[in-house]
Each structure stands twice: as structure tokens, then as C-alpha cells.
Write a protein that binds this ligand. Structure first.
Ligand SMILES: Cc1cc2nc3c(=O)[nH]c(=O)nc-3n(C[C@H](O)[C@H](O)[C@H](O)COP(=O)(O)O)c2cc1C
Length: 192
């Protein structure tokens, strides 16, 4: 698959990091990151974003580079994922305000009726945030909130992260076994 990944300045850079780690060998990734997200990535993960992507098979574009191929609907892309998605970027996407490459890529995905997965991170949500999410959901956008489940009995931080990343991959239509799926209360898959 050819996937655009936009990273914005909400907490949860680790989700983007894990998603790229999972996808980069088998899929074609086009990655962009906002100014705030760059510093939050380093603050939260302890890893410099550029050092990280240097070791990954991805094509990187500056968030201000509206001349990049991914900014155009004519460039072939299968899906776009904004992870994590700040309330600011959520608002710009919901209102068609494409002043950055990230919001433009999301806008392109919506207008071309391509798969778009948005991973908001905030709590509590205000009515403004909820209205923006509803607007996008009504357009067919996946609103995959970075909210973990506990029915799969996570043991580590990696388990918690992999649950959310696994659900993002499910939305993208990419096979994964990153988390234990619910198979009923009496399943041997989950110890209750
Ligand atoms: C450490 C840190 C954590 C933040 N966490 C969130 C968050 O979880 N959700 C959110 O909407 N904004 C969060 N913000 C605020 C955004 O970074 C800010 O609104 C910024 O303008 C978003 O811009 P961007 O969408 O272009 O990255 C955080 C900021 C900092 C410095």
C-alpha cells in the first residue's frame, strides 16, 4: 500500500513511531511532521525524529512543502493517516483549511474519497472537538481515538501502544496481529 503518514503535535508520538516501524518494510510510506510534533516526538520518545526516519524506508516531506507530490490528488495514494492528531489539525481538516502539507493531504484524501484515519488525542473533548470529529466521521473518515482497551490484558506499555496501532492498521485494511482480538469470554485467547 502507498500510505501518507502525518504526525502532529498531540501527545502520543509513540503511536506514529510504532506505525512507521510496522509498515516501512512492506509498504510505501510518505511521511510528514509538524513543527510542534518534531519537538514532542523527541520529548516523549527520547529519539530525534530525523535520526529515527533515517533508519526507516520512508520518503520524507517538509510540512510546508505544498509542492510535494502528495499534495496533489493526481498522485497515487491508497490511504492517509494523521497520527497523533492535535485538536488544531483536526479543526483545520474538518474545515478544509489546508495551510500545511498534513492538512492538505487529509483534504486530498477526503476529496478523492480515499481512506483517511485520524487519531485524535485529547481529554476531555470540548463540543468543538466533538463537532469536528462528527463532521469528519459523517464524511467517512475513521476517527480512531488513541484510547486503549483492557479486555486484551495488556502487560506492558508496548501492549497498550500496539492495541491502538493494531486498530489503526485494521482501519487501513492491513493484516496484523499486534494485539489480542476479542473472541468471546470463554476464548483461550484472553484469560479472564
Ligand atoms: C507536550 C505537549 C503535548 C501536547 N498534547 C496535545 C494533545 O494531546 N492534544 C492536542 O490537541 N494538543 C496538544 N498539544 C498542543 C499542540 O501541540 C498545539 O495545539 C499545536 O498548535 C498543534 O499544532 P500541529 O497540529 O500543527 O502540530 C500539546 C503540546 C505540547 C507541547
Amino acid at each position: 500500500m502507498r500510505v501518507v503518514i502525518g504526525i502532529t503535535g498531540a501527545s502520543g508520538a509513540i503511536y506514529a513511531k510504532r506505525l512507521i516501524e510496522f509498515l516501512h518494510k512492506k509498504h510505501t510510506l510518505f511521511v510528514t511532521i509538524s513543527k510542534h510534533a518534531k519537538s514532542i516526538f523527541e520529548y516523549e520518545t527520547g529519539v530525534n525524529f530525523f535520526d529515527f526516519i533515517k533508519t526507516k524506508d520512508v520518503e520524507y516531506f517538509d510540512n510546508g512543502d505544498l509542492y510535494s507530490p502528495v499534495a496533489s490528488g493526481s498522485f497515487k495514494i491508497d490511504a492517509c493517516c494523521i497520527v497523533p492528531c492535535s485538536m488544531k489539525t483536526l479543526s483545520s481538516i474538518a474545515n478544509g483549511f489546508s495551510d500545511s502539507l498534513i492538512s492538505r493531504c487529509a483534504d486530498v484524501a477526503i476529496k478523492e474519497k480515499r481512506k483517511l484515519v485520524v487519531v485524535p488525542r485529547e481529554t476531555p473533548f470540548s463540543s468543538i472537538h466533538l463537532e469536528n470529529m462528527l463532521k469528519l466521521s459523517n464524511l467517512g473518515v475513521y476517527i480512531t481515538v488513541a484510547s486503549t482497551a483492557f479486555y486484551n490484558k495488556p502487560q506492558t506499555l508496548e501492549d497498550v501502544v500496539d492495541f491502538v496501532v493494531g486498530r489503526i492498521l485494521d482501519n487501513l485494511g492491513i493484516d496484523n496481529s499486534l494485539y489480542k482480538r476479542w473472541e468471546g469470554k470463554n476464548s483461550t485467547n484472553v484469560e479472564l
